[in-house]
Write a protein that binds this ligand. Structure first.
Ligand SMILES: Cc1cc2nc3c(=O)[nH]c(=O)nc-3n(C[C@H](O)[C@H](O)[C@H](O)COP(=O)(O)OP(=O)(O)OC[C@H]3O[C@@H](n4cnc5c(N)ncnc54)[C@H](O)[C@@H]3O)c2cc1C
Ligand code: SF4
Ligand code: SF4
Ligand code: SF4
Length: 372
C-alpha cells in the first residue's frame, strides 16, 4: 500500500501509524531528516484506516462563522515567555483550571522537539514558545483520545496539518476538546536540527539546555535567538543563527510545506493563533515590540472559552483583511537553492556543510556591497 506518491503528499503527522490496528506502519527519517511512513505489507490487512486519517488527502473544505481579533496578555511576564501575544498560555491555563490537560511542542532530554502532555502550570512552561522544527507527534493522537474518553478537557495545539490529522483521527466531535492550530510558515527538518544541536554542543563543549527561537529581550517582537549551554548564554539576531537563516531562506522546509493545503483562514480547528503582522497599521497604540497575537475563533466552543480568558488580555475585534498575512493565503515558496542545500546537507559532514553556507552568505553580502 502506498500512502503517498510524492514527498509533497505527506506532512509526516504520523496519524496513519497511530491508527493502524496491526502496527504495520513505522515512521523513518529520509536523508533530509524528515519522517515518512513505511508500510510492512505482511502486516497490512487492507482496512483503509490509514488513508482515512490523512490530512493531505482530506483537507478541510468547509467554513465557519469566524471571529477575527488581536490580543495581548495583560501580564508582561506571560508575553515575554511566549512568541506572540501570549494567548496560548492563557487558553492553556483555563483548560488546566478545569482539570484538563494540554498538548504542545517541547524539547525532550535530547533537545528533539516532540509533542508532550502538560497537566499543571509547571509542565506547561516547556510547551510555551515557538520551536522552528517539525515536532514529533507519534503516539500523541492515541493519548489525546484516551484523555478525552476519561472525560477530561484537552487542549491540543500544533501546526494546522497536525490539528487536522487529530480531528480526522478522533473521527467524532468531543465536547471537551479545544483544538488550536497555528498560522504556519513551514516546518524545518528535525534531522538537521539534531545535527545542529550536536554541532553547538561540540563547539561550546557542553550540553544544550534550552533554545529560544523568539527571544524578546531587545523588544524586537522576538527576532532574536538565545540558547544556554552549561549555564552560559549565547544570543543574537535570528538572521545570524545558521539554522534560523536557512529556515527563513526557505531552504530547509519539508517538501509538503511548499504545497501546503492549510494556508487559509478556514480550518476545522476551534481556534487559529498567529502573530498579528502589521499591527502598527491597525492598532499603532498596541505596537510595543513585545508581540501581539492574532486569533481566529472558528467555533461556538472557542467563543465560550474566549469569554473566560479575554479579561486577562487587551483585545480588539477586527476584519479578516486586517490580519490576512501571506501564510493565510499561499504556501511559502521553495527556494531555488533548496535542492542543492539539502543535497549538500545529506552528503557532507555537518560542520563542512555549515562552513560552506557561511562562505555563500559572505560572498552574497560582498556582491550586494559591490553592485549597490
Ligand atoms: C513552525 C512554526 C511556524 C510558524 N509560522 C508562523 C507564521 O508564518 N505566521 C504567524 O503569524 N505565526 C506563525 N507561527 C505561530 C507563532 O509563532 C506563535 O506560535 C503563535 O502565534 C502562538 O503564540 P502565543 O504567544 O500565543 O503562544 P506561545 O507560548 O508562543 O505558544 C506556542 C504554541 O505553539 C506550539 N508549538 C511550538 N512549536 C511548535 C512546533 N514546532 N510544532 C507544533 N506546535 C508548536 C506550542 O506547543 C504552543 O502551543 C508559527 C509557529 C510554528 C511552530
Ligand atoms: S490499510 Fe489498515 S492495516 Fe494496512 S497499513 Fe493501513 S491501517 Fe494498517
Ligand atoms: S497520515 Fe500523515 S504521515 Fe501518514 S501519509 Fe498522511 S500525511 Fe503522511
Ligand atoms: S506548512 Fe503546512 S504542511 Fe508544513 S508543517 Fe505547516 S501546516 Fe504542515
Amino acid at each position: 500500500m502506498d500512502l503517498y506518491r510524492k514527498k509533497e503528499e505527506c506532512c509526516g503527522c504520523g496519524a496513519c501509524a497511530d491508527i493502524c490496528p496491526t502496527r504495520a506502519i513505522r515512521m523513518h527519517r529520509d536523508r533530509e531528516g524528515f519522517a515518512y511512513p513505511f508500510v510492512d505489507g505482511s502486516l497490512c490487512v487492507r482496512c483503509g484506516r490509514c488513508e482515512s486519517v490523512c490530512p493531505i488527502k482530506h483537507p478541510f473544505e468547509g467554513t465557519y462563522q469566524n471571529q477575527y481579533m488581536g490580543a495581548q496578555a495583560k501580564s508582561e511576564e506571560i508575553r515575554y515567555g511566549s512568541s506572540s501575544g501570549g494567548v496560548f498560555p492563557l487558553l492553556a491555563a483555563s483548560i488546566l483550571r478545569q482539570g484538563g490537560v494540554v498538548y504542545g511542542a517541547g524539547y525532550n532530554d535530547s533537545m528533539e522537539v516532540t509533542h508532550q502532555e502538560a497537566d499543571d502550570q509547571a509542565q506547561l512552561e516547556a510547551l510555551k514558545k515557538t520551536k522552528y522544527v517539525q515536532s514529533d507527534t507519534q503516539g500523541v493522537f492515541l493519548q489525546v483520545e484516551r484523555r478525552l474518553k476519561e472525560g477530561r478537557w484537552v487542549l491540543f495545539c500544533g501546526t494546522p496539518c497536525q490539528a487536522r490529522a487529530l480531528w480526522l483521527f478522533l473521527g467524532k466531535e468531543y465536547e471537551k476538546l479545544l483544538l488550536v492550530d497555528l498560522v504556519c510558515y513551514g516546518a524545518p527538518s528535525p534531522g538537521l536540527w539534531s545535527d545542529y544541536v550536536a554541532y553547538l554542543e561540540k563547539k561550546h563543549h557542553g550540553k544544550l539546555m534550552d533554545f529560544s527561537f523568539r527571544d524578546k529581550r531587545a523588544r524586537d517582537c522576538g527576532h532574536s535567538y538565545a540558547y544556554m549551554i552549561d549555564g552560559v548564554e549565547y544570543a543574537g539576531s535570528l538572521y545570524q543563527d545558521p539554522f534560523c537563516r536557512m529556515y527563513f531562506a526557505n531552504d530547509t522546509l519539508r517538501p509538503s510545506c511548499y504545497h501546503c493545503k492549510f494556508c487559509t483562514s478556514d480550518r476545522s480547528s476551534d481556534v487559529t493563533l498567529g502573530d498579528f503582522w502589521g499591527i502598527e497599521k491597525v492598532r499603532a497604540d498596541m505596537e510595543d515590540g513585545m508581540g501581539t497575537s492574532m486569533l481566529i475563533l472558528h467555533t461556538d466552543k472557542a467563543k465560550k472559552v474566549w469569554e473566560q480568558v479575554k479579561e486577562d488580555t487587551c483585545w480588539f475585534a477586527c476584519e479578516r483583511e486586517d490580519l490576512l498575512q501571506p501564510r493565510l493565503r499561499v504556501p511559502t515558496k521553495r527556494a531555488k537553492g533548496r535542492a542543492l542545500c539539502m543535497f549538500l546537507y545529506s552528503m557532507l559532514p555537518f560542520s563542512v556543510f555549515l562552513g560552506l553556507g557561511n562562505v555563500v552568505v559572505d560572498l552574497w553580502k560582498l556582491c550586494k556591497k559591490l553592485f549597490r
